[in-house]
Design a protein around this ligand. Structure first.
Ligand code: CTP
Ligand code: CA
Length: 223
């Protein structure tokens, strides 16, 4: 019923979306992560699905319950490595990729398969290793018939950094997010800076994430 009142302008398009945080465990019961709610990725997935796309959503642990439907395929993952593995498998057959996940840049080295005990007076020192940059890997193998979108979360130099990531990761479009004193995670609305590789530069102040998602697909379809 819903699809009968939305434009079916994404019919036949296969869309890969990463969403939510990743979790990186250092023992069996504890992890390093961030408070990403997954709302932006979910809004993008839902909007694309409503517009007729075949959606492949790779999602880290979030509080929202999401289930697969015809045309909406959910891949629940936990770690960045798992997210990358699924993304790389799917990417070749996709038309569009959007990395909206808040992937942990680092993962703690696994200390042991047990629970770390509190007894150590010197505290706990954890060593971190680099995680793969999933968006960068997708960009490196992007074909001319594929489009790729990324996000940039910045505390300073938003425009400059977003531009750098757009180029470095071989993206068609990037959405810049300014980190303020208040956390950018979990909100319903956001102010974003949208840049594309043809020189578009737009600021969208205080828009619901659902509206941001809808507009991003409008732009992508026109690129
Ligand atoms: N990203 C990714 N895999 C990672 C890190 C980031 O796919 N391991 C993606 C995010 O989903 C986002 C984009 O890369 O679309 C930018 O993420 P961001 O954290 O802003 O930039 P980084 O490239 O990780 O650089 P830094 O954190 O140092 O600013
Ligand atoms: Ca990062």
């Amino acid at each position: 019923v819903l699809k009968s009142i939305t434009p079916q302008d994404m019919t036949g398009k296969k869309v890969l979306i990463t969403a939510g945080p990743t979790r990186e465990y250092y023992d069996l019961v504890r992890f390093w992560s961030n408070p990403s709610s997954g709302k932006t990725g979910l809004a993008l997935g839902l909007a694309a699905w409503l517009r007729g796309a075949d959606v492949f959503l790779i999602c880290g642990p979030i509080s929202e319950k999401i289930v697969s439907l015809p045309g909406l395929h959910i891949y629940p993952i936990t770690t960045a490595k798992e997210m990358q593995e699924v993304a790389l498998k799917l990417w070749k057959s996709m038309d569009i990729g959007v990395c909206a996940a808040a992937v942990c840049d680092f993962r703690p080295e696994y200390i042991g398969d047990l629970k770390v005990k509190k007894g150590n007076k010197a505290g706990l020192t954890v060593k971190f290793a680099n995680n793969p940059d999933i968006l960068l890997t997708l960009g490196q193998s992007k074909r001319v018939d594929q489009k790729l979108v990324g996000f940039a979360l910045e505390y300073e130099n938003l425009r400059k950094e977003a531009k750098r990531k757009l180029e470095q990761k071989n993206l068609d479009l990037i959405v810049g997010n300014q980190v303020n004193i208040t956390s950018p995670f979990g909100r319903e609305k956001n102010t974003v800076l949208v840049l594309d590789k043809e020189g578009r530069e737009e600021e969208w102040p205080d828009l619901p994430k659902t509206e941001i998602a809808w507009r991003l697909w409008d732009i992508l379809l026109s690129l």
